[in-house]
Structures are given as structure tokens and as C-alpha cells.
Design a protein around this ligand. Sequence first.
Ligand SMILES: [Zn+2]
Ligand SMILES: [Zn+2]
Length: 112
Amino acid sequence: MKNRPYRIHKKHQPHKKVNDESIEETLKKLQKPGPKGSDYRERSLKIHGLICAKCGREFEEKTRHLLTVHHKDGNHLNNPPDGSNWENLCVYCHDDEHARDLLGKYLSEGKE
Ligand SMILES: [Zn+2]
Ligand SMILES: [Zn+2]
């Protein structure tokens, strides 16, 4: 009599969990600020122009230091390359926008 080869039933493998690693890496990238943290400022000025989004005041190269970048969602680490989280605000409007925040801290960090 022939011995039938014993067939092992392949156990059904449960689906692998979503790769936690890639999520972590994505988060790391999101939280990584620019080289000096002020990199987004230049980009935002380029994208949105030297104009205050609130009062419409225009600025020139000479006065551009009066224009600051505001993060719409309040998260300074959220800097999408398309500028969708940025708003250029003059220091006065920015001050207004952050009346309850520690604007001084933000400004001293954003300026170099
Ligand atoms: Zn303004
Ligand atoms: Zn702001």
C-alpha cells in the first residue's frame, strides 16, 4: 500500500497589520522642521507674495522682514510644500491673530 503524502493544511495567515513603521516614519517627516525652522518662511513669501493676507498691505524686499508667516492650523511643524497651511501676515495683523498666544516666542523663533 502506498502511503499517501501527508498534506499539511496551510493555516490561513491572518492579514498583516498595517505597517506601523511607515506610519512612524511619516510622522517623523511631518514633525521634522526645516533646516533652520525658517525655511518655510521664504517659501511662503514666494508662494503667496509679499502681501499681508489680512489687511492687504504690500511689502517690498526692503520691508519684507515685517511680513511673517502664520500657520493656519497653529501647528508650526505642519508645513506642506504647497503652502496651504501658511498665510503671510504683517507683524500687526499677526499680532492680532495671536492676541492670546505667545507671539513674542513665535517671532523670535521664526526670525533668524
Ligand atoms: Zn496686515
Ligand atoms: Zn501665526
